[in-house]
Design a protein around this ligand. Structure first.
Ligand SMILES: Cc1cc2nc3c(=O)[nH]c(=O)nc-3n(C[C@H](O)[C@H](O)[C@H](O)COP(=O)(O)OP(=O)(O)OC[C@H]3O[C@@H](n4cnc5c(N)ncnc54)[C@H](O)[C@@H]3O)c2cc1C
Length: 467
């Protein structure tokens, strides 16, 4: 069974598509997946949204920062998206009237051993460290970048990538150490927020599919990256304002499923629902289901591991490349040690990623291997990222078999590549299987079936979304 097909034997008492009785639905978790599914389903059903934390948004986490005498919101989790590969997020933002602004997708590498610094912003940043001009390994890296983009674009287009890990692929095709450790692994580890070794173990086919779709295998015609003006809370608040029953600081503790309904235990007591959507991470869902999980649920949800990431918000420029000319929006930093074992971190220069009024550089460092000095530390945050190894990818393929069984549904960024679009798309899929189609998807379907379009703006929007 594929995503989008309605499974049989759901045992639900009403089919909303037929205009029958509205269901009571519990949604567990208020990240983009939980907010998206609650927002869609509350159009036809009575939805209660349970969130364990004290704020809505999960990884969409905006905080107010005061610097240079000004207070302004900045994001500490989800930061950027683009029109090409986030069509549904763009559809949602358009629907909600969320203001967006241009972002910058520049990338810098700063290694301690050997001391190498470069950024792809322009020629000046590429050779800001003059000695790079005379380093044959550096020129080899640049040549490998072109070769890799050329070779793997073909593989991705033709779905011909071999069934091996990224590391094996690089070995097999004789890619140099410099290409591997001064470019590809830093870039990938920064995007997936995971350690070097984990990235090398990533299945090359999935890696290439993602990079190809996101324009990362091309030097030119890359997507234009955007950010939410005023921080991602701007969209979270708009969704929250339309939801009648939102419970903050209310972790779902336990769930009992039976033929007659679902009992949900939280600090509000035990409440009965017709269906439950787990929009938290897969390991959290498994813990809530506890001994209740079916064998298949245990196999699928239990196959996905999570990587803990600490994000530190600060103004300590020691956690940026030494040369200011090299500073980019994303700065991959690595400490001393063997290439595949050295401590690594990513520092986002938020002033470049989001419109801020700050002159002082504001940095979000993921897993900094050096702590910012105390008087430059603003706050720190703890996040978990799914790890997409082969076991996780195999498990994802079985997810559709779980949907709707035992009145239970699952969504979250963990069901895709781990990004915001994946979280929203999985929520839309669950809502569609329960009879509610997202308005922008419904318009696209209507357009396809009738050829009738409301207005020019809609045509432009749809073309943009399907680009
Ligand atoms: C630092 C960082 C930067 C990122 N940058 C980007 C980016 O620029 N672009 C991009 O596309 N993606 C980015 N991502 C990834 C993306 O934001 C996330 O993968 C996505 O937002 C996850 O959404 P989700 O709804 O699946 O999960 P989450 O946002 O994690 O939401 C799950 C929610 O479930 C709640 N919960 C857990 N257990 C329970 C329980 N028992 N009861 C009730 N609630 C519970 C949690 O508190 C949480 O709020 C970034 C992530 C991080 C951490």
């Amino acid at each position: 069974m594929k995503m989008g097909e309605i499974p049989h034997g759901m045992g639900l008492r009403a089919n909303p598509a037929g205009g029958e009785q509205a269901m009571r639905i519990a949604v567990v978790g208020a990240g983009v997946a939980g907010l998206g599914s609650a927002w869609l389903l509350s159009r036809q059903h009575n939805v209660t949204l349970f969130e364990a934390g004290s704020y809505l948004g999960g990884h969409a986490n905006t905080v107010d920062v005061t610097l240079d005498g000004v207070t302004h919101p900045v994001d500490t989790g989800f930061l950027v998206f683009n029109r090409r590969t986030y069509p549904n997020l763009c559809g949602l933002f358009r629907e909600l009237g969320v203001p967006v602004a241009k972002s910058e997708m520049s990338f810098a590498v700063s290694l301690k051993e050997p001391h190498i610094e470069w950024a792809g912003t322009d020629l000046l940043s590429l050779f800001a460290q003059r000695s790079n001009l005379g380093r044959s390994a550096f020129w080899g890296m640049l040549s490998d970048i072109f070769r890799f983009n050329r070779e793997t674009t073909l593989l991705a287009r033709e779905h011909a990538a071999p069934d091996i890990s990224l590391g094996e692929y690089l070995d097999r095709h004789n890619y140099g150490e410099a290409f591997r450790y001064w470019y590809l692994v830093p870039m990938a580890a920064a995007i997936w927020s995971c350690p070097t070794q984990q990235m090398l173990a990533y299945p090359v086919s999935t890696f290439l599919r993602f990079c190809h779709n996101h324009g990362l295998l091309q030097i030119f015609d890359r997507p234009l990256w955007m950010t939410v003006e005023g921080g991602s809370r701007a969209y979270v608040q708009r969704i929250a304002a339309s939801l009648p029953d939102v419970r903050l600081s209310s972790p779902v503790l336990n769930v009992e499923r039976s033929a007659g309904g679902v009992s949900v235990v939280s600090r509000h007591g035990t409440e009965r629902f017709d269906a439950i959507i787990f929009a938290c991470h897969s390991d959290q869902a498994l813990r809530i289901l506890d001994g209740q999980a079916s064998q298949l649920e245990r196999a699928v949800l239990g196959a996905i591991n999570y990587q803990h990431n600490r994000a530190v918000l600060h103004t300590d420029t020691r956690l940026l490349p030494r040369r200011e000319r090299v500073w980019a929006a994303w700065n991959y930093m690595a400490g001393e040690g063997a290439a595949d074992r050295r401590p690594v971190s990513v520092s986002y220069l938020l002033n470049r990623l989001q419109p801020t009024p700050f002159k002082t550089p504001l940095v979000l460092s993921l897993n900094p291997f050096e702590e910012p000095v105390a008087d430059k530390l603003i706050r720190s945050f703890e996040y978990e990222h799914p790890v997409f190894d082969q076991a996780a990818i195999d498990a994802q393929a079985h997810l559709p078999m779980l949907q709707g069984r035992n009145r239970t549904w699952f969504c979250g960024a963990w069901t895709g590549y781990g990004f915001h679009e994946d979280g929203l798309k999985s929520a839309m899929d669950v809502a569609a299987m329960m009879g509610v189609v997202a308005p922008w998807r419904a318009r696209r379907l209507a357009l396809a079936s009738t050829g009738h379009v409301a207005d020019a703006q809609e045509i432009a929007g749809l073309q943009e979304m399907s680009a």
